[in-house]
Structures are given as C-alpha cells and as structure tokens.
Design a protein around this ligand. Sequence first.
Ligand code: SF4
Length: 128
Amino acid sequence: MKLRPHHLMCTQGYSGKGYNDDFIKNMDYITRALRCDKNILIELVFSTDDICSSCPNMLGANLCNTNNKVKSIDDKMVKYFNLEEKVYNYNEIVNFIKENITEEIMDDICGNCNWYSISSCKKSMCCK
Ligand code: SF4
C-alpha cells in the first residue's frame, strides 16, 4: 500500500468522515487493514497515494486541487520525523511519530487542515 507522509496521521485520526461515499469506503478499507495488522508494510511516497486515488480532489498523478497545502503538510512531516521514500512497517513508523510528536508540532503540521478539528487526529497522535 502506498501512503504519502501526512496520511500516516490521517489514517490514525480518521473517524468515518470524508469527501464522498467512494472516499469513505476506500478509507474504511485502508484504515481497517492498517489498524488490524501489526506487521503491515507501507511504501511511503512523496506523491499521490492509495487514499488520493479515491478522492474527488485528486486531479492527476502527484496533483491534488489543494496541492500547495498538502505538499506543505507532507514536507513538515518529512522534516520533523526524517521520513524517506521507502518501505516502512506502518505500526513502527506511526509509533515513532507518536513518541516524538507534541501538540505544538501537530498544530504546526495540521493547523491548516479542514479536518483537524473534525476528526480525532490530535487525540490519536498526542495521547501518550
Ligand atoms: S485532498 Fe488531496 S492529499 Fe488529501 S486525499 Fe484528496 S487528493 Fe490526496
């Protein structure tokens, strides 16, 4: 499964809400797979991913209709957590982020996202 950097957090905070039925169905499938299998591997990509592929905002390969915003969020994830384009154990990299994130860092990364106050992102990532 391909995931872009900020979707490491979205897949933890997702609480069943999304852009449309197709997006929600895909997100349900992906988050169930990621959360249920402790050994699941993901390929981190600095581009559109398997969540974007069912999103009405995806305009093409590596192109979201809020590209500047989502690229900025991805860049912050990469810088704060030294992420690379490679294969990771999903649970290990998420746990690493949870161990190193603070509420201030999360506000800096996700503060401009429309879903931040709607979903349970901060509760999922910052409750240690
Ligand atoms: S809004 Fe953009 S970054 Fe987010 S899932 Fe849709 S296409 Fe991907």
